[in-house]
Design a protein around this ligand. Structure first.
Ligand SMILES: *Cc1c(COP(=O)(O)O)cnc(C)c1O
Length: 424
């Protein structure tokens, strides 16, 4: 850790060039690293010395980015992955095996719902999806003997539910298990979940962290605060025979979880980021603080404009005072929430599609959270196989438009909306 502010760390943390070295973090496009003696390589394998030996486990470009993100989130270490999905997979498999159970919020990204509810279920890991707004007493009833973690999103994609992080952390900790949160939409600029008790933070860096829609990626950050030396976590508290009998919770200090994630789970699953993608992510991070601020300003303007429009039936944005999650957003992310706003238009599914086709600046894309304003109509794209009734059950109204507000000039974004609304 250092004393610089988060803005300075977005730019400078993680890479400290020595005399005569490149000013900018280089792309270490190498799978492997050269040593003079077998003994030195042996020491690396035994984790007796720090160093690189194979890029599936660690690469200098990714390493610098990991250090930067760990500082941004206030953790003791981080592990970059090839995608956000890989980050969630590794974060969960690091502590869950067949026979275990996960308590997950209902309001999470669809990819995470499938990962946990379909693929992990097939691997023998059980899940209960819970209403994140339920009281801690109600949630406590859903905890089982074999529950190994609580999983939630700080601001959910796409429903924009704001998580009561302290409540979830309390629930987890009173049961001796960690809270894992996905902080993709809020980013550490708006919210640092570790300060409210989260133990592990994951991100899809493909969104705001990269910010330009150019590179898929993910990251796991370890707070270093959870005590893994417990019977509930034999993978950390008992010797790992596949790693020379290492006991992560004893031998790795506060970095137990993130060390195991790297040397065991990443070793075995291999969802490593390419050095080029790590480099691109680092360039994105250099402006994260500026971009996020502008995304939030623009999104709030758009949300207010939509709220006052007579062809709009409802607007969902936690930055609006009328929003159900406004108080939680003020508490956990007072600087801003995110750049994503969703709203409904009069006339339902067909009018929503028409409005979107009339937009000129805002493009129809599946991605969110990059510099360019974009829109998505779930009912006619990602959720098109569902009937209107099924859509409502999934919390997706047929007329819902999700707008990812970019960082273009706000007047141009609003004028684009205006001309499109005038045509429907
Ligand atoms: C996109 C997203 C993911 C998945 O990330 P990928 O990089 O697309 O694999 C996970 N969580 C959230 C909140 C997301 O928005």
């Amino acid at each position: 850790m250092n004393d610089y502010s988060i803005s300075t760390n977005c730019i400078q943390a993680g890479y400290e060039p020595q005399n005569g070295e490149p000013r900018v973090l280089p792309i270490y496009q190498s799978t492997t690293y050269k040593y003079d003696t077998c003994d030195q390589v042996g020491k690396l394998f035994d984790l007796e010395e720090d160093g690189f030996f194979y890029s599936r486990l660690a690469n200098p470009t990714a390493d610098a980015v990991e250090k930067k993100i760990a500082i941004l989130e206030g953790g003791v270490g981080a592990l970059c992955t090839s995608s956000g999905q890989a980050a969630t997979t590794i974060a969960l498999l690091n502590i869950c095996s067949a026979g275990d159970h996960i308590l997950a919020s209902l309001s999470i990204y669809g990819g995470s719902t499938n990962l946990i509810g379909v693929t992990m279920k097939r691997m023998g890991i059980d899940v209960t999806f819970i209403d994140p707004d339920a009281s801690i007493e109600e949630l406590q009833k859903e905890i089982k003997e074999n529950t190994k973690c609580v999983f939630a999103e700080t601001v959910s994609n796409p429903t924009l539910v704001v998580c009561d992080i302290e409540k979830m952390a309390k629930l987890a900790h009173q049961n001796g298990i960690p809270l894992i949160v996905d902080n993709t939409f809020a980013t550490p600029i708006n919210c640092r979940p570790i300060e409210y008790g989260a133990d592990i933070v994951v991100h899809s860096t493909s969104k705001y962290m990269d910010g330009h829609a150019i590179a898929l990626g993910g990251v796991i950050v370890d707070s270093g605060n959870f005590n893994w030396n417990s019977k509930k976590f034999p993978g950390l508290s008992e010797p790992d025979e596949s790693y020379h009998g290492m006991v992560y919770a004893k031998d790795c200090g506060r970095a137990a979880y993130i060390t195991k994630a790297r040397v065991q789970i990443m070793r075995d699953l291999g969802a490593t980021p390419a050095p080029m993608n790590a480099f691109l992510l680092n360039v994105g991070l250099e402006t994260l603080h500026l971009r996020v601020e502008r995304h939030c300003q623009n999104a709030l303007e758009v949300a207010k404009w939509l709220e006052s429009h007579d062809k709009v039936t409802w607007v969902n944005y936690p930055g609006l005072e009328s929003n159900k999650y406004h108080a939680l957003a003020q508490k956990y992310m007072p600087k801003g929430v995110c750049g994503v706003v969703s709203f409904g238009v009069k006339g339902g599914r067909a009018t929503a599609a028409k409005l979107m086709e009339k937009l000129k600046l805002a493009a129809i894309v599946v991605h969110v959270a990059d510099v360019r304003t974009s829109v998505l109509h779930p009912a006619s794209t990602t959720h098109r196989q569902l009937t209107d009734d099924q859509l409502k059950q999934a919390g997706v109204e047929p007329e819902l438009i999700r707008m990812s507000v970019g960082i273009e000039d706000i007047h141009d974004i609003i004028n684009d909306l205006k001309q499109a609304f005038d045509q429907i």
